[in-house]
Design a protein around this ligand. Sequence first.
Ligand code: ADP
Ligand code: TYD
Length: 210
Amino acid sequence: MQNRSGKFIALEGIDGSGKSTQVAVLANRLKAAGHKVYPTFEPTNGPIGSIIRQMFSQRIIGDDKTIAALFVADRLDHLQNPINGVLKKLEEGFTVITDRYYFSSYAYHGAHMPLEWVIQSNALSAELLRPDLNIFIDIPPQVGFDRVHANRADIEIYETLDNISKVYTTYQRAFDLLKEEEKIVSIDGNRSQEEVSDELFGIVSALLAE
Ligand code: ADP
Ligand code: TYD
């Protein structure tokens, strides 16, 4: 891993777990507390992320393995992009908080292809940058499903309760498999947004004070 002064934190969870909401709140609270913060997300809004989104919405046709491989490429670009890449931001002293990182690949692709392959295919990213902390926002699949359905008109085809449940189970398998080399905490996301953000802020503030 390269020299860096900022910390790298990945928020993980099934769809509807509250990651996007919490990344925004956490970034604002940390900024207000005087930290330099760079919030970001995957799939990125770069060219590879754009292809991925078009495959999800079936404007471009791509099979599951192609999508998994594009996520590998999107992640490497997310890290190494010379303009706004995560590695550059960390070197500049930003605390980088990402809405999803490689555990999302493990969970979403490992749900329907061998998990070992997905982990292997992301080995370069893991070598370049392991999160100082992976934070799993834990909600039951049914809650995620209900939140997504209550709040969105454009439900994507893979967002069935069965798929979300498989993703949830695969997250747990991946956390268990990698518990020696990864720092992982799980927090209860099935509470009010304020309760979740208070706990998150406490965890991340403690990490930044180390
Ligand atoms: P994700 O990014 O993990 O898919 P979002 O932050 O987009 O999740 O949240 C999904 C939906 O659930 C949004 O409409 C959001 O307002 C709502 N939501 C987020 N956190 C909570 C919470 N703690 N309780 C109830 N609803 C929530
Ligand atoms: P996103 O646009 O962040 O949706 P959401 O706000 O619902 O989390 O991500 C789109 C989908 O991409 C999401 O369902 C999870 C999936 N995904 C993968 O399949 N593999 C990955 O490596 C990542 C990062 C995301």
